[in-house]
Write a protein that binds this ligand. Structure first.
Ligand code: PLP
Length: 397
């Protein structure tokens, strides 16, 4: 009897040894922009790569299987994936979005709202009254980011899916921070799952890409149609690299989240840390929901340093393994300063409302040895505690 394959097997083996031309074990890459017709008015399986491409389709198929959806569309970036879902909206429709989402998603929603393409209500989805008020306005789409970027707030997907449905809205969940290795929003009631595949799915920080997985066949078809209309589909080479990265998703995420959990505990007891945001910590307000709806707590966390601007700078500049850079989810550890980087475009007031301040730092924990990462952070704290060690101007060398 055919047994349903475990997700690890799907990630490692979907499409392996399926090449009909030469029996290549690794699925070949099809870079061609167009495909020859078999004859006059006789198109083959593929015509033009903007519309469909075998390398991109294999990635989409793998993602749809991993997320438990009916189909997926692979886009040129995670932002394009968010926009693809938005392209299904009618003019004047209402989107209920998180007040603390990724800064680029916030900017996209605000910009389209500004052009009056649709309405957006940015809501603290943990605020029961605010969420109820927004849902009473008959939204067409509820967008959720859980855990949120960068403060790792958790939204109960099953609960919000039921409420969105009652309000007549579709639910889209941005699953970028966890990946299907740790969270399956469709099984919890979501209609769409959005990914920046730039992050954990590719995992090697060498591709910018995105994907939307739809729970229903009709939605998957509508997404594919709109992706072709607007031309946001991803490049075949990117799809090939992303699938190559995806092969090792499960072991990567498992190792990275183990180290992240230990780093969170280290930071939690540190006197120079005011707050640690990691859903794996029992003190985290979303711990119970995260424990129930996630298969692990992931490898992203954020913290608030007990330091002024100069102290934050000294801490960050002393780090050698946590590279100061945008993005996350790669095999290498990164640190970001959301106020001046990922969330700069939100504006100071929106950041204040979202709870992001100038001492907030976001860590993406990679695959380096845990002891080396802890040592790196310890060096950062030493530098933070020591006022500038640079010689003052005019001082003797
Ligand atoms: N969604 C989340 C949660 C993100 O963190 C990001 C990027 O950081 C995006 C979407 C946008 O993805 P991309 O940078 O691939 O456009």
């Amino acid at each position: 009897m055919a047994r349903k394959k475990a997700p690890q097997t799907v990630a490692a083996a979907n499409g392996i040894a399926s090449d009909r031309a030469f029996g290549a074990v690794t699925p070949p890459i099809y870079l061609s922009s167009s495909f020859a017709f078999r004859g006059f008015e006789q198109a083959g399986d593929y015509e033009y790569t903007r519309t469909a491409n075998p390398s991109r389709d294999l990635l989409a198929d793998t993602l749809a299987k991993l997320e438990g959806g009916a189909g997926a569309v692979v886009t040129s970036s995670g932002t394009a994936a968010v926009d693809l879902v938005l392209s299904l909206l009618q003019p004047g429709a209402l989107v209920v979005a998180p007040h603390d989402c990724y800064g680029g998603s916030y900017r996209l929603l605000a910009a389209r709202h500004g052009k009056k393409q649709f309405e957006v209500a940015f809501v603290n989805q943990a605020d029961e009254a605010a969420l109820s008020r927004a849902l009473k306005r008959a939204p067409a789409l509820v967008l959720v980011e859980t855990p949120s970027n960068p403060l790792m707030r958790i939204v109960d997907i099953r609960a919000i899916a039921a409420r969105a449905k009652e309000a007549g809205a579709k639910l889209a969940v941005d699953n970028t921070f966890l990946s299907p290795a740790l969270q399956k929003p469709i099984a919890l009631g979501a209609d769409f799952v959005i990914h920046s595949t730039t992050k954990y799915l590719n995992g090697h920080s060498d591709v910018v890409g995105g994907a939307v997985v739809a729970a229903a066949e009709a939605d998957a078809e509508a997404l594919a149609e709109w992706a072709n209309i607007t031309g946001v589909t991803g490049a075949p080479f990117d799809a090939y690299l992303t699938l190559r990265g995806l092969r090792t998703l499960f072991p990567r995420v498992k190792a990275q989240q183990r180290t992240a959990g230990h780093i969170a505990l280290f930071l939690q007891q540190h006197p120079h840390v005011r707050a640690v945001h990691y859903p794996g910590l029992e003190a985290h307000p979303g711990h119970a929901v995260a424990s129930a709806q996630q298969a692990g707590f992931g490898a992203m966390l954020s913290l608030e340093l007990a330091a002024d601007g100069a102290g934050v700078r000294r801490f960050v500049e002393a780090l050698r393994l946590f590279t100061l850079a945008e993005s996350l989810g790669g095999v290498e550890s990164l640190i970001a300063h959301p106020a001046t980087m990922t969330h700069a475009s939100m504006g100071a007031e929106a950041r204040r409302l979202a709870g992001i301040n100038d001492a907030t730092l976001r860590l993406s924990v990679g695959l380096e040895a845990e002891a080396d990462l802890l040592n790196d952070l310890a060096n950062g704290f030493t530098a933070l505690a020591r006022p500038s060690s640079r010689p003052r101007e005019g001082a003797a060398a």
